[in-house]
Ligand binder design. Structure first.
Ligand code: ZN
Length: 504
């Protein structure tokens, strides 16, 4: 009996053994990719998505547990497992109190671009480390870690601090560029790739009823909002695989690739547009091309693939209204104007708003100090003003969040997870579901609601049990799970758990 019990215990342990350590990790982000793009178009997927959805472990209820649900934050969460409260990446942009200016998540004037003119970018605002950093810490830097995307933040933030390189697309030149943060000069293979003018071949290319312009700046910008933006990134990623000999050097390497075309297309046309459908079908073929290249180079059986989206997107308000659904637009100036006039009326004339970004308002605390006002009074007044603006759903002040107030439900907890004490705004506001800030056409994301926070999480590789997993998870669970598979330390800011239910 005892023997039998021991066997049963041993068997159950074996059932949960972590997958064998792979030679290569390919970590893929589809920028602005909602979970429902895996279900609505499922019947038409024949290639890469078909492979992932049948051979992978598919988590059907993966959520972002922070606001704002935007690119820099999603990409920093992906391989750190940290919330913005901990990672310090609180948005694509914010007002930096230390530098007293508007900054972007990766902008770094201490570096220079390589492959184009201008200031470079770096991960120095990311306060925590990534899976790739831990991989390199564990083997004295032998592992290679590389990030690739159209966007600088989407290449840099998943790769981390110790990365061997991060590369992104420059719309001024049509080149893949990097920064002096990584090296003094672009590697030879990148220069050679750029010399082939990789973007120029798409001039005049058509998709649906859109046609790309002639080679030049107009083309390089237009490529981003077309399926060809993903194509050029995939070709660069294949080149990186070969040139850097990823997965072929006796250690585990990590390639992080972020495909941005969904985001540009989704912003312009919305999630229910023919364009979004088309980009998804083309991504199906593109992912298979990438998988074939990996298979040829390293063998897919020696690779762990993980795929997610960095956020979702709201339907365009007009398309919702036409379907009798809720939604609408708030003018971008409405928030800043409401706060400015309320504070001017109460505290006197002056420029009281230092910045108003996705869901966040920064107040002029220098002016408050000069006039000897308590910042908490300013924040209370600003919050009261915002509560008076139609379709403002909730408002939180920094003081409430500092005391942990407001975490009463999932929405409140997501606000708290998005609040970093040093970099966080003075006042956070949320709009009613389906309401967005912005006039004109198109749509956006950033909210704590399902259309913005529900994304696919799919793992595929040896030792990972294919199937659909319905237990609710956070995207933050990806990083500690990879750390477990790679047998390295969990990244420093991770709040996730190991998704051991998918281990064979
Ligand atoms: Zn994004």
């Amino acid at each position: 009996m005892k023997k039998l019990l021991l066997c049963l215990v041993a068997a159950s342990c074996l059932l949960l053994a972590a997958p064998p350590k792979p030679k290569l990790v390919v970590a893929i982000v589809l920028d602005q990719f909602r979970y429902d793009y895996t279900t609505r178009f499922r019947g038409e997927y024949r290639a890469g998505f078909e492979r992932l959805l049948t051979k992978g472990a598919v988590f059907t209820d993966a959520r972002y547990i922070h606001i704002p649900t935007v690119t820099a934050v999603g990409h920093s969460t992906f391989l750190t497992g940290a919330t913005p409260a901990i990672s310090g990446i609180v948005g694509n942009d914010w007002f930096d109190r230390d530098e007293k200016k508007h900054v972007t998540s990766v902008g770094d004037a201490a570096t220079k671009l390589l492959g184009a003119e201008g200031d470079g970018s770096s991960p120095r605002r990311l306060l925590v480390d990534t899976v790739g950093d831990e991989l390199k810490l564990a083997d004295a830097g032998s592992s290679r870690v590389i990030g690739v995307s159209l966007k600088d933040r989407a290449a840099i933030l998943p790769a981390g601090h110790m990365a061997d390189g991060a590369y992104w697309f420059d719309t001024g030149t049509g080149n893949f560029v990097s920064s002096t943060f990584y090296f003094a000069d672009l590697p030879g293979w990148v220069k050679a790739f750029n010399a082939t003018r990789p973007a120029d071949q798409y001039q005049g290319s058509a998709w649906l009823n859109h046609t790309l312009p002639a080679a030049g700046r107009a083309l390089y910008s237009a490529i981003e909002a077309s399926p060809f933006g993903n194509d050029v990134v995939e070709r660069f990623a294949e080149r990186a695989l070969e040139a850097e000999q990823l997965g072929k050097r006796g250690v585990t390497d990590l390639l992080a690739i972020s495909f941005s075309a969904h985001d540009y297309v989704g912003h312009a046309y919305g999630p229910y547009s023919p364009e979004e459908h088309e980009v998804s079908l083309r991504a199906d073929a593109l992912l298979e091309r990438l998988f074939q290249a990996i298979d040829k180079q390293v063998g897919l059986e020696n690779t762990v693939v993980v795929l997610t989206g960095d956020h979702g997107v709201a339907p365009t308000p007009e398309s919702n209204i036409a379907k009798k659904m809720p939604g609408g637009r708030l003018a971008p100036t409405a928030i800043a104007n409401a706060v400015q006039s309320a504070l001017a009326a109460k505290f006197g004339e002056g420029a009281w708003v230092s910045g108003a970004w996705e869901l966040e308002v920064y107040l002029n605390l220098e002016l408050a100090a000069q006039k000897r006002f308590d910042p908490a009074d300013l924040r209370r007044e600003a919050a009261a003003a915002l509560r008076g603006v139609a379709h403002v759903f909730r408002v939180y002040t920094k003081d409430q969040l500092l005391s942990g107030e407001g975490a009463a439900d999932d929405v409140g907890r997501r606000v708290l997870n998005g609040f970093n004490q040093r970099r966080g705004a003075d006042v956070f506001y949320l709009l009613d579901p389906y309401w967005i800030v912005g006039t004109g056409t198109g749509t956006t994301h950033g909210s704590p609601f399902g259309y913005d926070n529900h994304v696919p999480v799919i793992f595929m590789g040896r030792g990972i049990r294919a199937g659909y997993y319905d237990r609710s998870i956070a995207v933050n669970d990806i990083a500690p799970t990879l750390a477990r598979i790679l047998e390295v330390e969990t990244p420093s800011g991770s709040v996730g758990r190991i998704l051991s239910e998918m281990f064979e």
